[in-house]
Ligand binder design. Structure first.
Ligand code: GLU
Length: 459
């Protein structure tokens, strides 16, 4: 995959520039496949922008944008309950601060490496730009696996993680939040350690906090609800809605549960969801309370769901969830969960719309398959931006020392998701990519960031 969108046509000067920078990214960041993929996906949208505005090339804006402002890698030693010492690896990428302090989640998962954090951080720049909130792009995490660990082990790990990271973050510098494996509990442990080291209660140094110490109502729901609000806008534009649509949502974490909840509230029939060990199909409609109970309260595998709903089926292979026929697919689990083959199965089963709740859940070939089949495709950086958007509201709330009601936050979230949809649609139209929301979101986020970078000089 080395050529841009126009591979059939003769390559333009802009296309040649984009390809050259992409090649450099591959050469300078060996082995970071997910980062290459995220860069390729964004670059594929930008050729018409570079053709229309040669200034971006003159400024060499792409080379500047793909190089993180700062990348921190550190040792995280911690002791388990038996007294054994473990060494995990910690990361934080402070990718781009053109629009505001670095902002982005923290992922604790054994698959995390420098390339994962860079792909997530790079996506985060444009995602955050789309929210129209004053936040730059960052991301962090560790290869620590919180699964099966006691609360005491998780606490010790989080304290050790912050023992190093504290010197690089702060309410006006870089504001971590949650992601896979990191929720309000982990944020609480990190915040507690940060507060102790700083000797100050800087509540705006983290978002996704529990309500008791500066969290915002509606942050937990925001990514999943926001994804459905975005899809609702898109469907409305095409004369459709969630009403009576069969929906499949992968994952069973925070994003997935709230996407299922909101889709069901809008009249959808949600029939399947998954975890890392398999997926469940419930022809009567997924009972979201049971999923919450099994996953969040009991900490069990989804297979336990069938004990409560005997009509439901559990299947061992999580990626086989995409064989379930549906009108709307919402991948809300993890990156590259929809392969080209899965995309072909979904389109053969007449899926009408795909909305990415997770970060980069579709491979480049899967996206192409959806687009060629005329499936409405909504890209992650637009669809799942509701989470970070409400994080920005949490920061505003912390600075003002005021608090909004759930309804106020939810109303703001709906407005933000509508604006992201409109801006992405318009950007696609303006650059000859009408109906291509993946390009539109990338173009809108890129232009906002690039213009701010240029105005701040070569820094
Ligand atoms: N991890 C989320 C994301 O991927 C949220 C980040 C945040 O709230 O800062 O956007």
């Amino acid at each position: 995959m080395t050529t841009t969108h126009t591979e059939k046509n003769e390559q333009t000067e802009a296309g040649a520039y984009i390809d050259r920078v992409y090649q450099q990214v591959v050469e300078r960041n060996p082995g970071e496949d997910e980062f290459h993929q995220a860069v390729r996906e964004i670059f594929d949208a930008l050729e018409p922008v570079f053709e229309a505005h040669p200034m971006y090339r003159k400024e060499n804006i792409l080379e500047r944008m793909v190089e993180p402002e700062r990348m921190i890698t550190f040792r995280v030693p911690w002791v388990d309950d038996e007294g054994s010492v473990h060494i995990s690896r910690g990361f934080r990428v402070q990718f781009n601060s053109a629009l505001g302090p670095y902002k982005g989640g923290t992922r604790f998962h054994p698959s995390v490496n420098a390339g994962t954090i860079k792909f997530l951080g790079f996506e985060q720049i444009l995602k955050n730009a789309l929210t129209e909130q004053p936040i730059g792009g960052g991301k962090g995490g560790s290869d620590f696996d919180p699964k099966g660990k006691s609360d005491a082990e998780i606490m010790r790990f989080c304290q050790s993680f912050i023992n190093e990271l504290h010197r690089h973050i702060g309410p006006d510098t870089d504001i971590p939040a949650g992601d896979i494996g990191v929720g309000p509990k982990e944020i609480g442990y990190m915040f507690g350690e940060y507060k102790k080291l700083r000797g100050r209660f800087e509540s705006g140094a983290f978002t996704g906090k529990a309500i008791e110490h500066g969290g915002i109502l509606g942050r937990t729901e925001a990514t999943g609800y926001g994804a459905v609000y975005f899809m609702k806008e898109m469907l409305k534009d095409y004369g459709q809605s969630f009403e009576n649509q069969t929906v499949v949502v992968s994952g069973a974490g925070n994003v997935s549960i709230h996407a299922m909840e909101k889709a069901a509230e809008l009249g959808a029939h949600v029939v399947a969801c998954s975890d890392s060990r398999g997926f469940i199909y419930d022809k009567n409609g997924i009972n979201i309370e049971t999923v919450r109970d099994v996953k969040q309260r009991q900490g069990n595998s989804l297979s336990a769901y069938t004990a409560y709903h005997p009509d439901a089926e559990h299947h061992d292979n999580p990626s086989a969830i995409w064989q379930t026929a549906c009108d709307i697919a919402l991948p809300c689990a993890t990156q590259n969960e929809i392969s080209e083959e899965a995309a072909k199965t979904l389109t053969a089963n007449n899926v009408k719309a795909v909305g990415e709740g997770a970060n980069m859940p579709s491979t480049l070939q899967a996206i192409r398959t959806f687009q060629e089949a005329g499936v409405l495709f909504a890209p992650a950086k637009a669809v799942n931006a509701g989470g970070v958007a409400v994080s920005a509201l949490e920061m505003a709330q912390n600075s003002s020392r005021l608090a909004w009601t759930f309804q106020e936050v939810d109303d703001k979230l709906q407005d933000i998701m509508k604006t992201i949809y409109q801006n992405s649609t318009q950007a696609a139209q303006s650059y000859d990519r009408s109906g291509d929301l993946a390009s539109g979101a990338n173009i809108a986020g890129f232009i906002k960031t690039a213009d701010a970078m240029i105005k701040q000089g070569i820094v």
